[in-house]
Design a protein around this ligand. Structure first.
Ligand SMILES: [Zn+2]
Length: 371
């Protein structure tokens, strides 16, 4: 199991961060799967799952059971992991510039179409190699000055070689759910079934330039721009939300890792018997129809429904209690669907997101992901 350490410059003389990368299987073998954990550094369920994956993949690799290869980054955000404010971890946003570590990845789709579109040949494999080569070149030509920008470019560089990308996250308090592009749904249906996903949210463009889309969109846009040229699927990428921030325990980590290894068998990355796929627990829905439940008032927050429950249109999901007057403000959902995530806060201010319902009646636009 070769392990590599990559320096991430901090921009501050005398200091730097580093990224640890484990590799399993032969370097040129395909399919190539890239898995990273805790890009939002205070989301630990993926980090503990990656520990089990490392142990299991090392044993499988030693037994010669890898047909393809796996790249595993168990701590994708050393910058965020080092951040604290008054003893509290802050891993979602950069304290230096306020940016979200999983937003605003460079969107290179249009540049790649312009640079590669006319150079595509009649040979699919050759085209795949050409796109990856120009993707990497273009990535390193982008300006980057801050540590988060260096980190984002390095993670993309590692992942753009892969056919399948799993970005392991979690929500505040949530049922297990996935985000991916519609074109990648078939590729990740076995993963959703094995993990027992309660929601699968689909968008071609979510509006926030997260990590998964930065990898998959260039291939989708190229295929659209040059339908006359053969192109491999390139990269199917998925964001896996492993429940809530407090769902950190060895049993869940072992079960999630077992599901991911089962998926790798279905994807023919690993030898061995493919596990039976349980029925999907949800019907995939569009991200534009995911309803953010917003606090209309400030006060004490109590919920009537748990994350992972199916709710009806118009149903009250939570109450906000004014601690001065005792006035109660019920908060209802417009959508029927899966109440897949909710806040972990117990006191909220007006405008705060209290949760999300995966419905199918809304048609939102713009930035569809949480800030
Ligand atoms: Zn996250």
């Amino acid at each position: 199991m070769p392990t590599e350490t990559i320096a991430i410059p901090s921009g501050i003389p005398g200091t730097e961060y580093s990224l640890t990368v484990h590799r399993f299987g032969r370097r040129e073998a395909r399919p190539h799967v890239y898995i990273q954990a805790a890009l939002h550094a205070d989301e630990i369920p993926g980090m503990i799952c990656a520990q089990v994956l490392r142990r299991e993949l090392a044993a499988l690799d030693a037994a010669g059971a890898l047909q393809g290869q796996v790249t595993l980054v168990p701590v994708a955000n050393p910058i965020g992991l080092a951040q604290q404010v008054l003893g509290q971890p802050v891993g979602r946003f950069s304290l230096s510039d306020g940016s979200n570590f999983n937003r605003d990845f460079p969107d290179l789709a249009a540049l790649l179409v312009a640079r590669v579109g006319d150079r595509l040949t009649k040979d699919e494999a050759l085209n795949g190699r050409l796109v990856r080569e120009v993707f990497a070149e273009t990535l390193w030509q982008q300006a980057r000055s801050s540590a988060p920008q260096h980190l984002k470019a390095t993670l993309l560089q590692l992942a753009l070689e892969a056919d399948l990308v799993l970005d392991l996250h979690c929500d505040a308090d949530a049922a297990l759910h996935l985000y991916t592009q519609p074109r990648s749904l078939v590729a990740f249906t076995p993963l959703a079934a094995l993990l027992g996903a309660k929601a699968i949210l689909l968008a071609d463009v979510s509006g926030g330039d997260p990590f998964d889309e930065a990898l998959s969109r260039p291939w989708a846009e190229l295929a659209k721009a040059r339908p006359d040229r053969p192109l491999p699927a390139g990269c199917h990428a998925v964001t896996v939300e492993l429940r809530g921030q407090a769902d950190v325990c060895q049993d869940l980590a072992e079960a999630d890792a077992r599901a991911i290894l089962g998926f790798l068998r279905h994807a023919e990355v690993l030898d061995g018997e493919k596990p039976d796929l349980p029925p999907l627990l949800c019907r995939p829905t569009r991200l534009e129809a995911s309803e953010p439940i917003i606090a209309p008032a400030g006060g004490i927050l109590t919920y009537r429904r748990q994350a992972g429950e199916t709710v009806q249109a118009g149903e009250v999901l939570a109450d906000i209690i004014d601690p001065i007057t005792g006035a109660l403000t019920p908060v209802a959902t417009l959508s029927a669907g899966m109440f897949y995530a909710r806040s972990a806060e117990t006191f909220v201010t007006p405008g705060k997101r209290l949760g999300k319902v995966a419905g199918d009646s809304l048609r939102r636009s713009g930035r569809l992901l949480s800030p």
